[in-house]
Design a binder for this molecule. Structure first.
Ligand code: NIG
Ligand code: FE
Length: 412
């Protein structure tokens, strides 16, 4: 047993067992002041206010929160954190005025990362990715989705997905894997996009499924990348092997990606910098979680997704980092929460719900993760002493995470 005592506030308490939170409800965040929390093995057993703290059994490890707060771990439902090297040159190109699409057209962008990934060994990729994993764990992330998509050949996509599997097996963080062969058309197939889509459907998806390497299938459905028809074809091919869609949609244009995602029962549609009323409408009664990646909008200076309109339209929304070398070289979920508040006028409560419970939903994990609930996994972090919950996004560069616990164990 693990007992945490003297917690100034437990944040993100949910006793309803709901799998996601929508619309006006996003602004409520369950809290208990002056509290304790007990974990039994890897799960949360109980919690309450300090005046009701249970007797401490001799085999219980006691942790004093020393007046810090306890938050559910962030659930980062969209990353590309397995990649080789970094892309500062494009950062400079961007400073000098080139757009993301122009950089991609010159053979930079995703294809640049694919070339580097091809040269890197599985071991090198794993070591580099684990550094990023250690960094995000120390900043409070407890569940993460990681995509392939810098391989763009059957062999290299499998290499990436095996690295993701190894991270899952060797790290305390919970990992979900997404096959993103349709991230860009491989260099060899430029001018033969239909053949590349065929390769994805006929060769890559069956190979990924055979090794059980992914839960999800993703497509970059956007202007200059994959069309709605191609996206649908890939989602259907994935569905035959039990891969659930999570789609990159509406980052560069109103691409039809939201509609095709919802139609194919995507678990999430992500990015959404370009959204109209029709997109909000189709999402309303769907099981698809609209997921916003303000780190990419910040880094590429794109418009931000219309979070207020989406929430006012009754939608639940999630927030994720998009951690990748081209459009969001950061996995700092606290910063993402800050950007959501500063740039999209989400309230701190909405942003925290979006980065925890709704993020877990967007990975199919919210039954076990994303809130402080009896029976859920004991994934949480303790903060240093902070004056309020709102201080977290307000103090947008202050590192507030002091101790991290995943599956009931402290991660050092
Ligand atoms: O989510 N939009 C597509 N993919 C990534 C960027 C990948 C890259 O530039 O390497 C994204 O922003
Ligand atoms: Fe992405």
């Amino acid at each position: 047993m693990l007992l945490i005592k003297n917690i100034a506030k437990i944040v993100g308490v949910d006793e309803s067992g709901r799998l996601r939170v929508k619309g006006a409800d996003m602004n409520t965040l369950g809290q208990i002041d002056n509290a304790w929390l007990l974990a039994d093995g890897e799960r949360i057993a109980d919690y309450g206010t300090m005046d009701t703290m249970p007797e401490i059994a001799s085999d219980t490890e006691v942790v004093d929160a020393e007046g810090g707060m306890l938050f559910p771990s962030f659930c980062d439902s969209h990353t590309h954190l397995v990649y080789a090297g970094s892309r500062e040159q494009e950062f400079i190109d961007k400073i000098n005025g080139l757009s993301y699409e122009e950089i991609a057209k010159r053979g930079g962008g995703i294809l640049n990362s694919a070339d580097r990934l091809h040269e890197a060994s599985e071991e090198e990729l794993y070591e580099q990715a684990m550094e990023r994993i250690r960094e995000i764990v120390s900043m409070g992330t407890g569940c993460v989705e990681i995509k392939s998509g810098y391989g763009l050949s059957t062999e290299d996509e499998l290499k990436m997905l095996r690295v993701i599997r190894r991270i899952r097996e060797t790290s305390p963080i919970t990992v979900r894997a997404t096959f993103l062969g349709a991230h860009a058309v491989a260099r060899k197939y430029i001018g033969r996009q239909a053949e590349y889509v065929d390769l994805i459907c006929r060769e890559m998806i069956p190979a990924v499924a055979k090794e059980g390497l992914a839960e999800f299938v993703d497509v970059f459905c956007d202007q200059g990348f994959f069309t709605v028809e191609e996206t649908e074809k890939i989602m259907r091919a994935g569905a035959e092997y039990g891969l659930v869609p999570k789609i990159h949609a509406n980052e560069l244009a109103v691409s039809g990606g939201v509609q095709v995602g919802v139609r194919n029962k995507a678990l999430s549609v992500d990015h959404l910098e370009r959204m109209g009323a029709a997109e909000i409408e189709v999402l309303r009664d769907s099981g698809t979680m609209p997921t916003m990646l303000p780190g990419a909008a910040f880094f590429l200076e794109m418009p931000y997704p219309p979070a207020r309109e989406m929430i006012a339209g009754g939608l639940g929304v999630a927030l994720a980092s998009d951690f990748n070398p081209g459009s969001s070289p950061s996995g700092n979920m606290k910063m993402i929460v800050s950007l959501a508040c500063i740039k999209m006028r989400m309230t701190p409560a909405e942003a925290i719900n979006a980065a925890t419970l709704n993020g877990a939903y967007a990975m199919g994990l919210s039954k076990d993760y994303g809130s402080i609930t009896r029976g859920k996994k004991a994934n949480f972090f303790l903060t240093c002493r902070i004056p309020s919950v709102e201080f977290v996004p307000y103090a947008y560069t202050t590192p507030i995470v002091r101790r991290v616990f995943l599956e009931g164990r402290e991660v050092k």
